[in-house]
Design a protein around this ligand. Structure first.
Ligand code: DON
Length: 559
């Protein structure tokens, strides 16, 4: 057997958005696996597990747990997520461990709430956290090493400490009045930590130990669960012990489609991500994308028009599939796709007022995406979230677990966009036990001859969907390598508000050309973070973490 060596290197130039194209192509890897996450220490935790003989699921779980320690603004056991797992034979499955609304939730709870931001901060914002039971279940099904071994890298980081990274330091600097209380609850510090400062998470280290020893049960019915319920109730929430005890990850059939002969295995509802991506890819397949220069105005306009239709369908139809019927057949029908294709004019967009209200979306915040491919070809696309930066701001007492504010992913107040500017319909209303509609889009693609794979996904609210799609088309249609594909400037349109969001790297000519088509442009300095691995053939994998968030992949080389 090959000896496995963990390695880590810069596959993308981290830093300034705008200087986005990597200067050098990334190195090739051996057969033994690669992890791309949005934090170097988290990727290294996964690589350590691959090197110890773990498979891609072991590594993905280890990476997610470690990310929850070092990147608490955007991940952790207080959230939930989705995993798309594809076997070497190409068999796909989905584990849905999205949070649900507590049993005591009511449709109008946020209309009636005194505080206007009750769905975003404080106890009422907390949906039932499901990440602990979800990761434990993912591991139980597919893992090869013991859960204690898989949890160890995260435990080490929490127990021994780690240096605060740039993204976390930035997140604290944007947290306003919440920064001090969060620093105290998470790290026992009196003020927000600086970048590079060593911090420990002693309470969370103990929770991780209990998590591993109980197979995740601690966060459903053990001490961790008790601490979480008490803290949420204290913060004005309605979470009950029964809500946690009843959390059960759900198996779902992956949504499977195709794009230029590639098989696309992606996330079904309660995410909107897979459906919007498949509809958009279906529309784009009708155009010869490779004939347009990459990131030319013609191409970006085509994306924007495609997405406006797809996001309008999302807002109209989509919600928790266990409560409402989501007409995927209708959204993905060839007739619907052809209808959209016919409506796209190369010369103009339609009046923004026709589509919706002008609300700014948030920037990348409370989510992380991990892509893992192991030497045997097992592929995992895992996206987890606590929603916006630092979630609800409520820490579950001595569990050290920072809790989500996923209730804001519902249509909390009818007609009022959520933190990401997304609107929706009754299909996504608050209801006891319902899952809020998500944009998370973990996706695996298999090439027509089955020799290549792309494992991809992102953080960034609705930007997840459009960024994931641009990286897919960048690789498939424009032949970009993963570093170039994730680093390239991106655009985003989500129908409402009627704005085309553009990355700083887009040229003035391109902007002028988009404006000439009627697009109202809005500049963002940061909006989504894509992690991708491209397997080019046996023994050859390239991966990239998004430079916007400072992520860093780590791999294992066979020698
Ligand atoms: O599930 C969703 O769509 C949102 N909770 C995701 C939020 C997100 O990606 C924040 N950004 N990094």
């Amino acid at each position: 057997m090959n000896r496995r060596q963990p390695v880590a290197w810069t596959l993308t130039i981290a830093g300034l958005v705008g200087l986005l194209l990597a200067a050098a192509p990334p190195p090739e890897l051996g057969r033994s696996g690669l992890v791309a996450s949005d934090h170097r220490l988290a990727s290294e935790a996964g690589a350590e597990i691959l090197a110890a003989g773990g498979n891609a699921v072991d590594a993905a779980v280890a990476t997610a747990l470690a990310a929850g320690v070092v990147q608490p603004a955007g991940s952790g056991l207080g959230g939930g997520g989705f995993a798309v797992v594809v076997t070497p034979e190409g068999e796909g499955s989905v584990l849905d461990f999205r949070e649900v609304a507590p049993a005591a939730a009511t449709r109008d709870m946020f209309v009636e709430a005194e505080a206007e931001d009750a769905s975003r901060k404080g106890g009422l914002a907390v949906a039932v956290p499901a990440e602990g039971p979800g990761l434990a279940e993912l591991h139980r099904r597919y893992g090869r090493l013991g859960l204690q071994r898989v949890t160890r890298p995260a435990w080490k980081l929490a127990h021994r400490g780690f240096a605060v990274g740039p993204h976390l330091a930035r997140s604290f600097s944007r947290a306003g009045d919440h920064a001090g209380p969060l620093a105290s609850a998470l790290f026992g510090l009196s003020e927000a930590p600086r970048q590079g400062q060593e911090v420990k998470r002693a309470n969370l280290a103990l929770t991780l130990q209990r998590f591993a020893a109980t197979g995740g049960e601690d966060l459903r019915s053990g001490m961790g669960a008790k601490e979480i319920v008490a803290a949420v109730v204290e913060a004005g929430g309605i979470l009950a012990a029964e809500d946690l005890a009843e959390i059960a990850p759900v198996d779902r059939e992956p949504l499977v489609g195709s794009y230029r002969g590639w098989t696309v295995i992606t996330m079904p509802p309660p995410s909107s991500g897979g459906a919007v991506i498949l509809q958009a890819l279906g529309v784009l397949e009708g155009f010869e994308l490779s004939a347009y220069p990459h990131n030319s105005a013609e191409l970006l306009h085509l994306y924007a028009e495609t997405w406006q239709h797809a996001f309008a369908d999302r807002a109209r139809h989509m919600g928790d599939p266990d409560r409402v019927s989501v007409p995927l057949d209708q959204m993905l029908a060839p007739e619907r796709i052809a209808e959209i294709q016919r409506q796209i004019l190369p010369s103009r967009t339609f009046d923004p007022d026709h589509y919706g209200t002008a609300i700014d979306p948030g920037t990348d915040a409370g989510t992380q995406h991990i892509s893992v491919l192991d030497g045997e070809g097992l592929s995992v696309a895992l996206t987890t979230t606590i929603n916006t930066s630092f979630g609800s701001g409520v820490v579950g007492g001595r569990s050290g677990v920072l809790l989500n504010n996923e209730m804001d992913d519902f249509v909390a107040r009818p007609g009022v966009p959520n933190a990401y500017g997304l609107v929706g319909s009754e299909a996504n209303a608050v209801a006891p036990g319902a899952k809020p509609l998500s944009s998370m889009s973990p996706t695996v693609l298999i090439s027509p001859d089955a020799t290549q794979r792309i494992v991809v996904g992102a953080s960034g609210g609705p930007f997840i969907i459009t960024s994931t799609l641009q990286v897919i088309t960048g690789i498939i249609d424009h032949g970009l390598d993963p570093s170039e594909a994730v680093a390239a400037p991106r655009v985003h349109h989500q129908w409402a508000p009627g704005l085309l969001f553009v990355d700083v790297g887009l040229t003035e000519d391109t902007r002028a050309s988009l404006r000439a088509r009627g697009h109202a442009l809005k500049e963002l300095d940061m909006f989504s973070s894509v992690q991708v691995i491209h397997q080019l053939g046996p023994g050859e994998m390239l991966g990239a973490s998004d430079p916007r968030k400072g992520g860093w992949p780590a791999g294992v080389l066979a020698d």
